[in-house]
Design a protein around this ligand. Structure first.
Ligand code: 2HA
Ligand code: ZN
Length: 270
């Protein structure tokens, strides 16, 4: 067996987590991430028939039976992942019952997967139904996107259009818009179900006064969605106190959608 710390998946996940920490998005144990691994990807590094312990999932994830996930640990700090992946990350395989998973690697010293595991698993289920190549769910506390939820309407169309109008790239990167979940208790199945439902329509979800979630076929795609929206939210704050602001018009957004062959969420443009 090869050393798993040299695998591209551990290196890439650790790098992405470190970048988010350095952007100031993941204070303390803020943020969590999950990444679907194929049996082929892990074969050289792990024997999937050997596991350290069984983990309760507290939801029915039978749709994901047999799937292998790299996940962040509960209470673990993003700032420490790169230095010590084995304490802060884990690899689990969902059992046929859908209610438990085998811990194949990591989460040493009895650590548990992220407190948002139900949100991650339920979101993976909905995204896989739409996109068989889907792989990644990222949750992070992106500063400006959170700040914006305190002062902006939480209406999804209004929120999406404000961000689309902050930067020409936005409608091209997330034509499917942003789902918004009003403040809720986090870390349970209920917020997981609400979030997963919204992932049926968009790849970016805001949790008001808490954070953002992005999904994709790769770490770059999920991270790229979040950083594009976060940049737009930053511009929103930079310009909001100035009088006589200009704007990207609906007509220009329509022209962009045509030029880049993207389909904006229906009825969003006037
Ligand atoms: O993992 O961000 O939402 C800590 C959190 C909970
Ligand atoms: Zn959070």
């Amino acid at each position: 067996m090869k050393d798993i710390l040299t695998s591209s998946f551990i290196k890439e996940v650790s790098k992405t987590i470190d970048q988010m920490y350095r952007l100031g998005w993941d204070e303390r144990n803020g943020g969590n991430l999950s990444y679907i691994l194929s049996e082929e990807e892990v074969r050289d590094y792990l024997n999937v028939n050997k596991y350290n312990r069984v983990i309760d999932l507290y939801i029915d994830a039978s749709f994901l039976s047999g799937k292998i996930f790299l996940v962040t640990g509960s209470g673990k700090y993003f700032k420490n992942v790169k230095e010590n992946p084995e304490s802060n990350l884990g690899i689990i395989q969902i059992n046929p019952d859908g209610k438990t998973a085998n811990l194949l690697w990591g989460l040493i010293d009895g650590a548990k997967p992220t407190s948002e595991l139900s949100t991650h698993l339920l979101s993976h289920i909905e995204r896989l139904k739409i996109d068989p190549l889907h792989k990644v769910v990222i949750h992070t506390h992106a500063t400006n996107l959170i700040a914006m939820t305190f002062i902006h309407s939480l209406d999804e169309k209004a929120y999406t259009k404000t961000l689309w109008k902050m930067n020409t790239e936005c409608i091209i990167v997330f034509p499917d818009g942003i789902g918004v979940i009003p403040w809720m208790i986090c870390g349970n199945e209920e917020i997981g179900r609400e979030t997963a439902k919204k992932f049926q329509e968009s790849r970016l979800i805001i949790w008001a006064m808490h954070g953002v979630l992005g999904v994709g076929q790769s770490l770059d795609e999920a991270f790229g969605l979040i950083e594009t929206a976060e940049k737009a939210a930053e511009i929103f704050f930079k310009i909001s106190n100035f009088p006589n602001r200009k704007e990207i018009t609906d007509e220009q957004l329509e022209a962009l959608s045509f030029a880049f062959a993207v389909k904006p969420k229906s009825n969003y443009l006037e």
